[in-house]
Design a binder for this molecule. Sequence first.
Ligand code: HEM
Ligand SMILES: [Cu+2]
Length: 626
Amino acid sequence: MASSSVAPSGSVFRRPLATKGWGSWLTTVDHKKIGKMYGFTAFAFFLIGGLEAVFIRLQLAEADASVLSAEVYNQFFTMHGITMIFLVVMPMAAAFFNFLIPLQIGARDVAFPRLNAFSYWAFLFGGLFLYSSFIFGGAPNGGWFGYAPLSTSTSGLNMAYYGVGLQILGISSLAASVNFITTILNMRAPGLTMMRLPVFIWMSLVVNFLLLFAMPVIAVALFQLTFDKVFFTSFFQAATGGDPVLWQHLFWLFGHPEVYILILPAMGMVSEILPVFSRKPLFGYAAVVFAGAAIGFMGWGVWAHHMFAVGLGPVANSAFALSTMFIAVPTGIKIFNWVFTMWGGKIRFTTPMLFAIGFVAMFTIGGLSGVMHAIVPHDAQQTDTYFVVAHFHYVLFGGALFGIMGGMYFWWPKLFGKMLDERLGKIHFWLWFVGFNLAFGPMHIAGLLGQPRRTYVYGEELGSSVERWNQVSTLGSLIIVVSVVVFIWNAWKTYRSDEIAPHDPWDARTLEWLTPTPVPEHNFDVIPTVTHRDEFWHRKYAEDDAGRAVPVPAGASEDHAAEHGEHEEHIHMPDPSYWPLVLSAGLPFIGYGVIYKSIIWAVIGLVLLLTGVYGWQLEPVAEGDE
Ligand code: HEM
Ligand SMILES: [Cu+2]
């Protein structure tokens, strides 16, 4: 750490150098802090998106309730979907990428620390920008996939916020993807070959390539939508020669890879958790890695399964039905590998393990109803009903969120230096598990009985059993609320306790557990040299003649912790910076400028942006580096 506090020459502001205190969060470029900021922000958005869901469920508890008006209902389900996808699951994954990638590959930070800070701030401003629409005249109301011509021809600027807001979030994701790909490919510790990487790192790599290629597609589509909406172009307006189906193609060409962007990080986390608590290496490592990579390629060839009802014709429908069934194969491979990892293992049912097992079970249910959608005539019955809502909650909540929750309990001790309470954790898990199944299981039935999605009333004529199943769903959603309260209580209790977590509380396998807790700013005093997959495990255990693991005397972790401190002053980390914050703060102003066709706002935004770019360019990475 540079310790001088002189203002660098040629800089307007004094270089921020503090790494402690409130102000340091605004200027930090430390991947661990940025990871925590992603996590906290995403959790706050989770509470907001969850609140919207609860209102939706209260409205649907009766066939003709009037908790929400039709218009507010539209805004709530649209913002709920957008929030959960873009402001919860994706940034939660980014939180784990940030915290874990450098630690698991034995690096001191990501490749571009300031770009990393920029990604976070652009995400925050994108989210705030979207939510500001509630104040300035109405939130997006055309569904999370914003189909034209509904999105382009309705009055009000609701969907203009969608177009610009998602654009800002896309910029954030794009910058992050370049950063993480470079980090994984270039900054691995000596000896950490690709086939020794933890599966979480592999899945992160696939996800970030998906982001790198998918974000430009949606960026083009969002520009066109915004132009149609604000400047009356006609990319998607049939009446003036545009093509509304083009939007669907562009959206889903992004949207299907997006669903893998949402699920693969959780798959990576579960692939780390199951081996630790089964006390066995992951079964079929290579198969899991190749299956993940295969999904990354095949994911580009299935998008039109979201468009079976459009009328693309039998040839296109059959082709996409087939490709969709094929992509289920690598997913199935992974499920078998997880099950065989547990098979014959010495299983410890800790809270992270419960969430990981929950993930495997719930995700399998969601995967199976997904294969049902691939059967075209079947899909014609299911599309736009609650059956679909059940399906995607089993994969997104039962999958992505279960995995992320498992990851929270598992890595919490490294993140915050304290152990979450296991008893409260188990109460959390069981309430969450039961609430989840009560909330979303019955939606399969209500959907098959004919309840359409995205309607605020469903009318008595569907029959009283549909209403009863909806009441079960609403009850389930309230149980989920209780489980989240238990989690928050657990986090608070842990925060208040002064019991420090050990360096390696779970007897884990990968390099992040080699670092002392709390992790020092530069992560590793000495960059480890890697000789095995599951390197940390092999430092702790050797095999006896019968192949059983026996502890190596004087475990590596203790040694390392004792060593810590000696080399500290020689390790030079990049200094904090204002510029990522300044640069990204320009984005929402430019956004308002576009939406309200206001030159003034646009100019303010551009000035901020350009100031940020120039400040950033003229600033050395660290003081004294000029
Ligand atoms: C907190 C528990 C949750 C409850 C009670 C809940 C409930 C609902 C309901 C009832 C709908 C359908 C609204 C309608 O079609 O009229 C819906 C839509 C949706 N939900 Fe959830 N949800 C929850 C969590 C999640 C999570 C964790 C995700 C994703 C990670 C998610 C993603 C979505 C999406 C994408 C939509 C579709 C929005 C649209 O149709 O445009 N939900 N949710
Ligand atoms: Cu899809």
